[in-house]
Design a protein around this ligand. Structure first.
Ligand code: AP5
Length: 214
């Protein structure tokens, strides 16, 4: 099962990726998490990516395509994978197609921009695992702590409102065209495209995804 999660920043991709990963036993590949790990490790790629991410812009296609190609060639991806945050541009989608990597499901999360701005102010993350929480909608069992490790949760550097608005603008300009791209792929029988109402509760969205993927 090769799945692409498509949606604006904050639409709930990372939250549902954790659910799908556990439910269906396939690895989550989050390009955002990979880049944040490179930043934390202080690698040359991380230093370059930090500047771009802090401004709410996209990291270059070449870098991202290289990262993803390497990751999906690893053994744990043999039975499938879940792409969270990739592809994010038409050239990224084309690169995957040209490399002969099929996509079985494209799951589009629809959430209005203003709802996203509200959500981001309450987001807390566990940097080690990528687990995502929300102060109100999806709180951790113990305030400020990750449910599994008990480690501190943090606020992401790019969750400040002005950066979120920039990321939304970039999404509409560069990533939203992928919706039509994958609709056309679905019409040609090369993938299945489903649009999910991402404003439902976390549990309702998970149930809908389970129905689709089962
Ligand atoms: P990335 O880390 O991929 O961020 P994003 O796509 O902007 O998405 P987010 O992680 O912000 O949101 P999400 O949809 O996962 O929502 P979440 O589940 O957390 O990318 C960061 C940066 O890296 C980019 O800006 C770019 O610079 C770079 N980058 C990454 N990939 C790239 C690529 N392919 N090409 C180029 N550059 C790339 O949910 C958000 C909040 O809402 C949480 O608090 C959650 O608890 C809550 N929530 C979730 N679902 C619900 C619900 N149903 N109801 C209420 N609250 C909910």
């Amino acid at each position: 099962m090769r799945i692409v999660l498509l949606g604006a920043p904050g639409a709930g991709k990372g939250t549902q990726a954790q659910f799908i990963m556990e439910k269906f036993g396939i690895p989550q590949i989050s390009t955002g998490d990979m880049l944040r790990a490179a930043i934390k490790a202080g690698t040359p790629l991380g230093l370059k990516a930090k500047e771009v991410m802090d401004q709410g812009q996209l990291v270059s296609d070449d870098i991202i395509i290289g990262l993803v190609k390497e990751r999906i060639s690893q053994d744990d991806c043999a039975k499938g994978f879940l792409l969270d945050g990739f592809p994010r541009t038409i050239p990224q989608a084309d690169a995957m197609k040209d490399a002969g990597v099929p996509v079985d499901y494209v799951l589009e999360f629809a959430v209005p921009d203003e709802e996203i701005v509200k959500r981001m102010s309450g987001r807390r993350v566990h940097p080690g695992s990528g687990r995502v929480y929300h102060l109100v909608y999806n709180p951790p069992k113990v305030e400020g702590k990750d449910d599994v490790t008990g480690e501190e949760l943090v606020i992401r550097a790019d969750d400040e409102e002005s950066t979120v608005r920039k990321r939304l603008a970039v999404y509409h300009e560069q990533t939203a065209p992928l919706i039509d791209y994958y609709k056309q792929e679905a019409e040609a029988g090369r993938t299945r495209h489903y649009k999910v109402d991402g404003t439902q509760s976390v549990e309702q969205v998970s149930r809908e995804l389970t129905d689709i993927l089962s």
